[in-house]
Design a protein around this ligand. Structure first.
Ligand SMILES: Cc1cc2nc3c(=O)[nH]c(=O)nc-3n(C[C@H](O)[C@H](O)[C@H](O)COP(=O)(O)OP(=O)(O)OC[C@H]3O[C@@H](n4cnc5c(N)ncnc54)[C@H](O)[C@@H]3O)c2cc1C
Length: 285
């Protein structure tokens, strides 16, 4: 199918884009990589009267790696840029490992980090990673800017805290200490499909000990969630198979997963156990 008719704008500056979003309000949609929005428009699931294409806003396409404790990823940075990132360290490794799971190669060439977060599919890799890292979303509108933490940003399936007239500009991620363990595992029916369940694990390691853990899950609820029980089990534990098994069991016990045509709640619970196990094995490898 073809989309319903719309007005197309391609602003040259962020200010111009914000002005257009302010002017058109609920009737406008930001167009980034188009990998989710265009199919939705073609199926007439979305019928925006105005499209604000941010493809010319070069300042949103940069990764700022200059701060000592954080890395700022522009909303227009593409999945492929993160797969081939120069960030280095555990954060760079985690971003590269996660990017590889986002759809197929042509989707990673066009789709953007910010577009995925704004779209808020609960099984999207970037949404789960953002939740694991407590990412800070920097949002801007004509009359100001605000920062929303990942826990508040994702509200429910395809719904975020972004207002219609707001632009997601960049996302600030914590630089992970050297020696941190990182892992990412997902299960999908076919390569390139959205995950049925995925897990992201980040471990703060001290020799053979685990100082702290961040574990986030996707595909189990209307938004990405943290596996708090598993994180508690791991904090202060000795790194090894016993800790992994206990954390995976706690993650599975601690959720009440959704069921749909792709998997029953029981199936998803078992996948949580398996994906947390795999992500933690990677983090301790
Ligand atoms: C066949 C197929 C398989 C896929 N598989 C996966 C997968 O396995 N995992 C996965 O995560 N994704 C998958 N995707 C989706 C893909 O990752 C998209 O790239 C991503 O969801 C949206 O990014 P985009 O840049 O294309 O955004 P767009 O499609 O342009 O926009 C998506 C939404 O976000 C809004 N938006 C975009 N940027 C901003 C911004 N800066 N500020 C405010 N709002 C904004 C738009 O208005 C729109 O509502 C798949 C897509 C296809 C077609």
């Amino acid at each position: 199918m073809k989309p319903a008719s719309f007005e197309y704008f391609a602003p040259d500056t962020v200010e111009e884009a914000l002005g257009l979003l302010h002017e058109h309000g609920d009737d406008a949609k930001v167009l980034a990589g188009g990998q989710s929005l265009v199919p939705a428009m073609n199926f007439r699931l979305a019928r925006p009267a105005a499209i604000v294409d941010i493809g010319r806003l070069g300042e949103l396409a940069a990764i700022d790696d200059s701060a000592p404790d954080t890395v700022a990823v522009g909303a227009r940075v593409r999945h492929l840029d993160l797969e081939r990132n120069q960030i280095g360290g555990p954060l760079g490794r985690l971003l590269a490992a996660t990017a590889r799971w986002v759809g197929h190669y042509p989707i990673r060439v066009r789709g953007t980090f910010g577009g995925s977060l704004a779209h808020a599919d609960p099984a999207a890799e970037w949404c789960v990673l953002a939740r694991a890292l407590d990412a800070e979303m920097h949002c801007r509108r004509t009359d100001g800017a605000r920062t929303v933490s990942a826990v508040d940003f994702f509200e429910m399936v395809f719904t975020t805290a972004l207002e219609p007239h707001e632009l997601l500009e960049r996302v600030v991620l914590p630089r992970l200490p050297d020696g941190s363990g990182v892992g990412m595992a997902e299960f999908a029916r076919r390569s390139g499909d959205f995950a049925i369940v995925l897990a992201v694990a980040v471990l703060d390691l001290d020799g053979d000990g685990i100082r702290g853990a961040r574990i986030a899950l996707g595909g189990v609820a209307g938004r990405p969630v943290r596996a708090a029980g598993a994180e508690q089990v791991l904090a202060g534990a000795e790194a090894g198979p016993d800790a992994i098994a206990a954390a995976a069991a706690a993650a599975a016990d601690g959720i009440d997963p959704v069921g749909d045509i792709h998997g029953s709640p029981e199936y998803r619970r078992d996948l949580v156990r398996a994906m947390v196990t795999r992500a933690l094995e990677q983090a301790l490898a």
